[in-house]
Design a protein around this ligand. Structure first.
Ligand code: SF4
Ligand code: SF4
Length: 367
């Protein structure tokens, strides 16, 4: 277990701050919740994104009560945790209520499931993914997953809409089995990203995976908590993930325009709406109509999780991940690495999705 970083400057690398499917999302949630309290004075500083509301399109990060996993990652509090029958029933009912709400919308919606645990080993998550993928107003439905499940259910989904955020956990699954799953996904035409946590012991696994994955599959690397990457170390990871610079250090976000709370929201199993998973202030409830989207600046000092800072305007990551914001699939990859912690040298964000072989999408999706 690594040591949580200090919340004060200098800005250090963080683990789990990039939305990987591991325990650190839990810890970072608590940490950023505290930060959010410290900086709530900035909550009401309205700002104008100058953004097109895009037909009322709303991106939702959904996290229900589920908090169990079939894996046993040594760095995760959900490892081998068991949800009892009541908890599972509660999670299923909450998910079905949520999908029912999405089904009834008259505006475009995109969904990323971010369970604290593994969702796809539960039939109701697979069903929700399939059902939502077929709704004409759903532009994207994606989930963070270890993808330990069998892939057959994907045949029922609309693969123009469904996508996966897959995390590789060396030690929990054999390399050959995981690579085989990735190749199977690619063969099916499933849109997905694959990632690893940038721990030193993962480096060779990540290199090998990068070499063996189809070139069009993006392999992301999340900076590990407690790790300060020297430039030479960062260069090793950047050689695997040209976008590692975005993860290497947290983003200073206080008072900065962020799309969350407006065109992006976080929703829990009871329908409670927050702007993101990291700021505790409640903005209303999805089901009783008390949530009203409103642009606000970020109240937290730092944003160090990909599923958060991708929406922070100053990062420019809506251009980088054009067409694949929720599932972390970039529109095009940089042509040259950088080890300086900034935007990789030579990076030219493009919307040319053909560069990574993306399947065709409906509409003019931005996420
Ligand atoms: S796969 Fe499971 S045990 Fe491993 S980090 Fe993700 S939730 Fe935790
Ligand atoms: S930048 Fe956005 S996503 Fe990140 S903590 Fe602030 S409000 Fe949340």
């Amino acid at each position: 277990m690594s040591t949580p970083k200090e919340p004060s400057a200098p800005v250090l690398a963080g683990h789990g701050r990039n939305g990987e499917h591991d325990r650190d999302r839990d810890r970072d949630h608590d940490r950023d919740r505290d930060r959010g309290r410290d900086h709530d004075h900035g909550r009401d500083e309205d700002h104008d994104h100058g953004r097109d509301r895009d037909g009322g399109h709303l991106s939702i990060l959904y996290r229900g009560p589920l908090s169990s996993c079939d894996y046993d990652c040594p760095y995760c509090p959900f490892a081998k945790r068991r949800d009892g029958p009541d908890r599972l029933r509660q999670d299923r009912a909450a998910l079905e209520r949520f999908t029912g709400w999405v089904t009834g919308r008259e505006h475009p919606v995109s969904v990323l499931f971010t369970p604290w645990g593994e969702g796809l080993v539960r039939s109701w998550y697979r069903r929700a993914m399939v059902e939502l993928s077929h709704l004409p107003h759903v532009r994207r439905v994606a989930i963070q997953t270890n993808f330990s499940c069998r892939p057959g259910w994907l045949a029922e989904a609309d693969l123009d809409t469904l996508a996966l955020w897959v995390t590789y956990h060396p030690g929990q699954v054999s390399y050959e089995r995981f690579l085989g799953r990735c190749r199977d996904l690619a063969g099916r035409g499933v849109r997905f990203s694959v990632g690893v946590v940038g721990l030193p012991e993962h480096l060779e696994h990540a290199r090998r995976l990068r070499a063996d994955l189809p070139a069009e599959v993006y392999l992301w690397v999340n900076a590990a908590e407690g790790h300060l990457y020297t430039d030479p170390e960062a260069a090793l990871w950047t050689a695997i993930d040209p976008l590692f610079a975005y993860s290497r250090t947290p983003h200073r976000s206080a008072g900065q325009p962020c799309r969350t709370g407006d065109t992006v929201i976080s929703v829990d199993g009871e329908g409670t709406v927050r702007r993101c998973h990291f700021v505790p202030a409640v903005l209303g409830n999805l089901y009783d109509g008390t949530f009203r989207p409103r642009a606000r600046t970020c109240p937290a000092a730092l944003c160090d999780c990909h599923i958060g800072y991708v929406h922070l305007e100053r990062t420019g990551l809506y251009d980088v991940f054009a067409g694949g914001i929720l599932e972390r699939v970039p529109g095009a990859l940089p042509t040259g690495p950088s080890v300086h912690g900034g935007v990789p040298e030579g990076f030219q964000p493009q919307r040319a999705q053909r560069a990574i072989g993306m399947p065709a999408r409906r509409g003019t999706q931005t996420t």
